[in-house]
Design a protein. Sequence first.
Length: 340
Amino acid sequence: MLVLGIESSCDETGVAVYDTARGLLAHALHSQVDLHQCYGGVVPELASRDHIRRIVPLYREVLARAGVAASAIDAIGYTAGPGLAGALLVGTAFAEALALALGRPACPIHHLEGHLLSPLLADPAPRFPFVALLVSGGHSQIMSVTGVGRYTLLGETVDDAAGEAFDKTAKLLGLPYPGGPQLARLAQSGRPGRVRLPRPMLHSGDLDFSFSGLKTAVLTQVGRGLDGTAAADLAAEFQEAVVDVLVAKACAALKQTRLRELVVAGGVGANQRLRERLDAACARMGARAYYPPLELCTDNGAMIAFACALRMQAGQQIEARSEGFRVFPRWPLGELAPPG
């Protein structure tokens, strides 16, 4: 079965073709970093317009690279939420129109489900059941995953997500957009511990997160003045504080569920310090951590095509509404049937 995947939830346009027999055949991604950089963040209207410009050329490019004709596509998966409403509408309209023209089914896919399942594209891949740590830009969640579509929320952020905290802290340090990767690079030249930052909710006794107070602690330090070395040390300490909390909560979830496989997905999952610490912690517990390939940590069409293929194989396709398609800017992962 050939599945086309469309991703347009925020500031990256992604298209991919996945074959259930041969794996990922091709994928292409356009990032809008340059477009939004001068604004210091994503401008929703500009994001939507850029998706319109990019989606058809990317679709043609991916089909050519995969060596398949449009008529060979068996199904189309697209991100229906959560995300920016206008951006979601671009991908949704394109996918539903193409599905209608080809006479193929279109399947709305949850953006976070795409991230959650993306490590299964790696080699080796995890097996169900497992614990999932989802750390994308606006989400920090821990899930128990027993199969496709069977997700139980164990903990989540009560305010800023880890990715948001990285981006906002980077802005406080005067780093350019996108801030998270810039902060991680700066942290490599710093020494954690020279400035002590809090580890919010580290000993809360549950699996929830909170990172807004950590950002405020950074603001206090910045207000005292920073030179180049101090900024690097503060970045390193901030990164270590976030990693301390994420690792502790992930390990607590493994103990609570008595599972031995941890899946880490989302943009923050590309952070090398987080990967190092999780690998070491899991090894001590007799567990193992799995990650998607680095190129699939950010938003991409491959994870959407793959999630669509798994859902259709499991007979769990989420049908679009008979009266037309909709998007769901807010869509809890535990409510995978689109809200009525």
